[in-house]
Write a protein that binds this ligand. Structure first.
Ligand code: PAF
Length: 280
């Protein structure tokens, strides 16, 4: 496995690959867990060369303390990536990526960024799309992999690629969960014992909500989820939404031919956890 800190050195090695080799990119912000590593495994199966990027992107953080508190475990990340057979790792500095101009580009996501995460994290998706586009330009992969835990991010990246005419296959990867159902996240390491014990209730509530959804009463599902979480003193609900998969707009009337998903954001202390589930 080779580790690159500069764009130039990474591109030189990529140029040295024979033309017919396929490249898969797995963008990350480090603090890798089994969820990330399962994405590496998937990318390994589908490409000749796998690049993981590790870069904590400042322009996607709306709160400075989140950026400062973001866990950094570079040494163990590199060991884990090597063990999983990752070929290249790109670990640039902020200066290398932004060249002294650490600002996000403005995108028109046609409203995909206006709901849920977008409502609570101003400018977040412009920051995400900015770094993802830069990584795409630097590495020119055939495929790029994104976890469905950040489903809104995934849809926004798909939209960005289409609207900018970027020829890269965006591959969604299913949410990877702990044995108790908690969606894997780098933030889980910041939970204290009581919060960690409480956190699986997020997914349990989504599963119960999914069952209720089959009865077709959206308001019943919403009030059920609110009531369930109110009873857990370690968790506080930020939002729960049911949307269709494509527009990500909260649904009002159900259409049997449309695919729906439920999305949730919950605070455990100051740790913000998100999750989502396919409903039909
Ligand atoms: O999902 C993430 O970890 C980040 O948003 C990403 C895609 C690596 C961009 O910084």
């Amino acid at each position: 496995m080779e580790v690159f800190k500069t764009i130039k050195s990474l591109q030189q090695s990529l140029k040295g690959l024979s033309q017919n080799k396929t490249v898969g990119l797995v963008p990350t912000m480090g603090a890798l867990h089994e969820g990330h590593l399962s994405i590496i495994d998937r990318a390994k199966m589908e490409n000749d060369i796998v690049i993981a990027s590790i870069f904590v992107n400042p322009t996607q953080f709306d709160k400075k303390e989140d950026l400062v508190n973001y866990p950094s475990t570079l040494e163990s990340d590199l060991k884990a990536l090597e063990k999983r057979g990752c070929d290249f790792v790109f670990t640039p500095t902020t200066e290398e990526i932004y060249q002294g101009d650490t600002v996000a580009e403005s995108f028109d996501f046609k409203g995909l960024d206006k709901e849920m995460e977008g409502k609570f994290r101003t400018g977040h998706f412009d920051g995400v799309a900015t770094i993802v586009k830069k990584l795409f330009m630097i590495t020119s992969p055939n495929k790029a992999y994104f976890g469905e835990k950040d489903f809104q991010q995934l849809q926004i990246i798909k939209h960005m690629v289409k609207s900018e005419g970027i020829n890269i296959d965006i591959v969604p990867v299913e949410i990877f969960r702990e044995l108790d159902g908690l969606a894997m996240s780098s933030r889980n390491t910041r939970l204290n014992e009581a919060q960690r014990k409480a956190a699986p209730e997020i997914y349990q509530t989504l599963l119960k909500g999914k069952k209720l959804f089959q009865q077709g009463d959206l308001e019943k599902v919403k009030s059920f989820v609110k009531n369930e979480l109110i009873q857990n003193k370690e968790l506080s609900l930020e939002y729960f939404e049911i949307t269709d998969n494509e527009s990500l707009k909260p649904v009002k009337i159900l259409d049997p031919s449309t695919s729906y998903r439920a999305f949730i954001a919950v605070f455990a202390g100051d740790v913000r956890l998100i999750d989502n589930i396919a409903l039909n």
